[in-house]
Design a protein. Structure first.
Length: 366
């Protein structure tokens, strides 16, 4: 029994390692997913951004002519559109900046931040003396969290602001040539006036089709503004990034599917039970030792199937995003639910149909 149990435990342990390895590869693919990192995962967040509206001249320049009140009213009335969030800001300058210092663009942040500018470290500004910096901007300025950056006010006087956090830009970095600085509206008011309307972030109803709403919004706003879905933004990514993302996701899914397939054929089945009746195996090794082995199978199997289900859902979303799929959140949630249920259902089926668990259950009733 010792040799049989050892080989059984080692095999399931290898399956668990394969499932964890696959999950790690899928997480790496998700983190490498660049502009569309949250295109589907945001469906499970309270803060969502489905469409971005930017001036047609962006990023070369920020068009100062904002949409009219009539245009904004018509925009909010589009079927399938849940919310319209204005993004305001303007250019800011470092105090006594050297001639070749990078240009900076400030964004006035609400208390909850903006989905387009996800926080990756530290915290959002809690006072008018705090700012957050795009991580690449922080590197260019050679500053980090806790450091002080001195800006020139609208009157040319120095204004010292503290870096409270770092943000990412949830779009292709090539679309953001200016350094991005996030701050409270009051802090922005110290540095420039008035706050310009730089763009809009649109959130759709869970069942709305992004492409259809984009076309309707473009018709309302005209040629002055461009409307981007996350799919449009993703299409601007570098080819190398897309290939790496897909390769990591496919490799991760392969590890997970292999782990689930092999482990499901082993749950509740000692190796010798494949060629001998279950009654003979249990009688030879004893009900107690076999029962302990089944407890191990159930625990490891539940961990493998649960972790694999979540990782499979994430991997599926990464692949769909990388290949340019444009799905409403209702479809994303349905597909994720199915992906999570499949390994759990396979685990339950394997444990309920294996001959040894069935025999043990029947003998327990006698």
């Amino acid at each position: 029994m010792a040799t049989c149990v050892k080989s059984h435990v080692v095999s399931l342990a290898l399956c668990l390692i394969a499932a964890v390895t696959g999950s790690v590869l899928i997480v790496a693919a998700l983190l490498n997913n660049g502009a569309e990192q949250g295109r589907f995962t945001q469906c499970f967040s309270s803060e969502r951004m489905d469409l971005v509206v930017l001036p047609s001249s962006f990023p070369a320049a920020i068009d100062e002519r904002p949409p009219t009140t009539h245009q904004l009213a018509k925009l909010r009335g589009i079927a399938g559109l849940d919310a319209v969030r204005e993004v305001r800001g303007g250019p800011v300058h470092l105090f006594r900046a050297p001639p070749r210092s990078p240009g900076l663009q400030a964004v006035a942040l609400p208390d909850s931040g903006l989905p387009m500018l996800p926080l990756i470290e530290g915290h959002l500004p809690t006072s008018q003396s705090d700012i957050v910096l795009y991580q690449d901007t922080a590197k260019r300025l050679n500053v980090g969290i806790g450091d002080t950056v001195t800006f020139a006010s609208a009157k040319g006087t120095p204004v010292k602001l503290h870096v409270s956090g770092l943000i990412d830009v949830d779009m292709d970095a090539r679309m953001m040539p200016r350094g991005t600085v996030g701050m409270t509206p009051k802090a922005a008011a110290q540095l420039f006036q008035p706050l310009e309307l730089q763009g809009l972030q649109l959130t759709l109803d869970s069942g709305a089709n992004p492409t259809a709403v984009r076309n309707a919004a473009s018709a309302v706003l005209g040629t002055q503004y461009s409307v981007y879905t996350r799919q449009d933004i993703a299409a601007r990514r570098a080819v190398d990034d897309q290939v790496t993302t897909i390769a990591l996701a496919v490799l991760g899914l392969t590890f997970i599917l292999a782990a689930v397939t092999v482990s499901c054929t082993m749950y509740g089945r000692l190796r010798e039970s494949y060629v001998r009746p279950a009654e003979d195996v249990v009688d030879e090794h004893g009900k107690g030792p076999v029962g302990k082995l089944l407890v191990f199978d159930r625990l490891v199997g539940l961990v493998i199937s649960a972790a694999s289900g979540v990782a499979m859902a994430a991997g599926l979303m990464v692949l769909l995003a990388s290949m340019g799929a444009d799905l409403p959140c209702s479809s994303v949630m349905s597909m994720s639910g199915v992906a999570i249920v499949i390994p759990l259902a396979a685990y339950a089926f394997a444990m309920s149909t294996a001959p040894i668990p069935l025999l043990m259950k029947r003998r327990g009733r006698q």
